[in-house]
Write a protein that binds this ligand. Structure first.
Ligand SMILES: Cc1ncc(COP(=O)(O)O)c(C=O)c1O
Length: 484
């Protein structure tokens, strides 16, 4: 049953309070003692007054309206919304982690430093890279760091190279990172099968090319098997190969970017190694580099000293400098470490195999009813265009209707028009995958028999279709008494 949940302001009752504390026996500090009189308001702000139980019920009711990975299947392509093992949270809540202060002396935080050093080594091993910096705080931040490293490398060799190439399937953050780093963006076409168009790439690589930023497997869910040739092509032209490693969950333990010619990469630790953050949340985008780029990594770099203790190496004269305060997004890093330790090397490979199997299973079950712009096999995700002859139904209608079935919509309308990008992840059971396929097949029937059902969805949600233009142009972001 959908019930309207009133705002706290609407259920406010003068005199109610959610906090029951005895009166203090310490004389209170009056506002006028600490704030200049001219800055003081005439009266306290009209905040809602609510009893404790009503307050708890209000927030619990709102929380139950959320779509979340703990309550719903969440096949959000490219975001890897998988299970967050609770043991990771336990590791993070340990006082040896949770109570640390970033200004503590290195001697006092040896355990954390050892963990970070090990994590950097594990990531380097998974990616086949020589060294990893844990500093960048998100995938996009990793991209920027990687490009700064590449630019510093070319500068150090006395070369001025400005062009960065990205395939037309690139995640939006790739072109944005190019612009942030002062590079010129050039787009490379893809072939009909979703892989890079080599002829187009060849025609665009020249002496001004700093790098190609490629995502592999790419955002069409295809592993680009030409990657070795692509690396050769770039290296022969003196350019670097950057890998957007956001999709590493498809290849962990199966292949390594360093082995197929990648010079710099970032890891989306917050997706591949748990802590999925679809629609926001903390992130972490460590950057790995091949041997020749180690001098350019951000400082400080975590090191193990000869006496077995851990500390920071600031002495890298060619470093691009610091890219984040303190040492990185520790919470996500601890979770990633716990995740990798729990799975082990074999377990990481199995996770990738299951992610790939899940995507290919779902694709195989629905492909007789849905258009698949790219041929199988797929990596950990795939793209489908829900187009049904004689109907005007679009991807957004499918996304909204899925909500009625208790499923979070997939990523939409990218990297090609009108598509849904489906990533089931390795942590979903076959039962859940089957239910999802059944729902998609039912929706295909609905599209043909009663398209209006999709066009007007969702029907079971507290809020239906919004006027998206008004929401963007005339947002109503605060409550006013009497709707004023
Ligand atoms: C392929 C790809 N590249 C880059 C990013 C950017 O990562 P972040 O959101 O952590 O900045 C994402 C995020 O989902 C991604 O899917």
């Amino acid at each position: 049953m959908i019930t309207e949940e009133p705002l706290l302001f609407e259920i406010s009752c003068p005199g109610q309070t959610a906090v029951a504390m005895p009166d203090t026996d310490v004389p209170p500090v009056r506002p006028e003692q600490v704030i200049p009189k001219t800055l003081l308001a005439d009266a306290p702000p009209p905040l809602p007054e609510i009893g404790p139980l009503d307050l708890v019920r209000h927030y619990t009711a709102l929380a139950h309206r959320l779509f979340s990975i703990d309550q719903h299947f969440y096949p959000l392509g490219s975001c890897t919304m998988k299970y967050n093992p609770r043991v990771n949270e336990k590791a993070l809540a340990h006082s040896g982690m949770a109570d640390l202060h970033p200004y503590q002396r290195d001697e006092d935080v040896q355990g954390l430093l050892e963990m970070m050093h090990r994590l950097a080594e594990y990531l380097a091993e998974v990616g086949g890279m020589a060294e990893v910096s844990l500093q960048p705080a998100a995938g996009a931040h990793g991209e920027m760091t990687g490009l700064l490293i590449i630019n510093a490398y070319h500068r150090d060799r006395g070369q001025k190279r400005s062009k960065v190439l990205t395939p037309d399937t690139a995640h939006g953050t790739n072109p944005a990172s190019c612009m942030m780093c002062g590079n010129t963006l050039v787009t490379v076409k893809s072939q009909p099968d979703g892989r890079v168009d080599l002829a187009d790439l060849r025609s665009k690589v020249d002496a001004d090319t700093a790098a190609l930023m490629i995502t592999n497997p790419n955002t069409c869910g295809k592993f680009d098997s030409q990657i070795g040739d692509i690396a050769d092509l770039l290296h022969k032209a003196g350019a670097q190969l950057y890998l957007d490693g956001a999709n590493m969950n498809a290849v962990m333990g199966i292949t390594r970017p360093g082995d197929f010619g990648v010079d710099v990469m970032h890891y989306n630790t917050h997706k591949t190694f748990s802590t999925p953050h679809g629609c926001g949340g903390p992130g972490s985008g460590p950057v790995g580099v091949a041997e020749h780029l180690r001098p350019f990594l951000p400082v400080p770099v975590i090191v193990r000293r000869e006496n077995g203790t851990y500390g920071w190496d600031h002495n890298r004269p060619k470093s691009i400098g610091k890219v984040r305060s303190f040492y990185g997004q520790i919470g996500v890093l601890v979770r990633a470490y716990a995740y990798m330790r729990a799975l082990g090397a074999e377990g990481l490979r199995t996770a990738s195999e299951k992610a790939v199997l899940a995507a290919n299973y779902v694709a195989a079950r629905i492909r007789h009813r849905y258009t698949m712009p790219f041929p199988p096999p797929y990596a950990h995700e795939f793209i489908t265009v829900p187009d049904f002859e004689g109907t005007e139904i679009r991807e957004v209608d499918f996304a909204k209707r899925l909500l009625d079935y208790g499923i979070h919509p997939p990523t939409m309308s990218w990297p090609i028009h009108h598509c849904l990008m489906i990533e089931p992840t390795e942590t979903e059971s076959k039962r859940t995958l089957d239910r999802f396929c059944d729902v998609l097949l039912t929706m295909a029937d609905e599209a043909e028999r009663s398209p209006e059902t999709l066009r007007t969805a969702p029907h079971e949600m507290p809020v239906g279709r919004l006027d998206e233009v008004a929401a963007a142009r005339k947002p109503v972001v605060r409550w006013r008494a009497n709707g004023g």
